[in-house]
Ligand binder design. Sequence first.
Ligand SMILES: Nc1ncnc2c1ncn2[C@@H]1O[C@H](COP(=O)(O)OP(=O)(O)O)[C@@H](O)[C@H]1O
Ligand SMILES: [Mg+2]
Length: 261
Amino acid sequence: MAGSTLEIKNLHVSIEGNQILKGVNLTIKGGEFHAVMGPNGTGKSTLASAIMGHPKFEITEGNVYLDGEDVLEMEVDERARAGLFLGMQYPSEISGVTTSDFLRSSINARREEGDEISLMKFIKEMDNALDFLEIDKNMAQRYLNEGFSGGEKKRNEILQLMLIKPEIAILDEIDSGLDIDALKVVSKGINKLRDDNFGCLIITHYQRLLNYITPDKVHVMMQGRVVKSGGPELAKRLEAEGYDWIKEELGIEDESLEQKA
Ligand SMILES: Nc1ncnc2c1ncn2[C@@H]1O[C@H](COP(=O)(O)OP(=O)(O)O)[C@@H](O)[C@H]1O
Ligand SMILES: [Mg+2]
């Protein structure tokens, strides 16, 4: 079988009693890149966090399956071991753990006991990825994300992605806060992973990332639902015209949908 399949079915999620997701349906297969776009506050990050198992997000209805396995029944670490990866909108700083140690542990967590990656092989793979992503080698010995600039944190998420080699990655606003050079490097990293064994859900507020990474499908999220899906041309139209035409098409007149950015 080529790659894995992530199925999100009728997903309803609430935070502190507020219903944020109201029935999201999406299927991502190995080899596919999907983009999820939408105004701020429509639940894009909620979708990512809920799939990964952040305890704050309560699933009130619906299912998530990875190759038919019930993801919602898994602990967070089991989800990662099963092949899911989340590139966070705001990566956390972990003091006391170097980037290098974190990466090696993450790689080994996905391997069988007794089959850990050799130190030599790990260092070689890490050095190659650092070069590819134009990251200063010293960064690997610094504590994870501690004192990193916004752009460095995002590059570090892609470094993790390249080394951990998940089956399905969800990248939440990996482009936010990046200058154009960093955006190109990050895109180059994601594009390098494109093959039948890798599926990716790219969450972005702006179309500009999609100038460098061509998605197979584009989905628009509003009010906690996917309200429209199409090809890359949909993202281009959003860039040119914003989200108003979709609201009109769907008869949505909620002020809370106004873009805050
Ligand atoms: N930890 C939280 N506690 C309470 N409300 C939250 C929390 N995270 C997100 N929300 C609310 O959920 C809604 C969706 O947020 P989010 O998923 O971050 O949107 P997006 O990523 O599309 O901008 C917003 O109204 C936001 O205020
Ligand atoms: Mg968000």
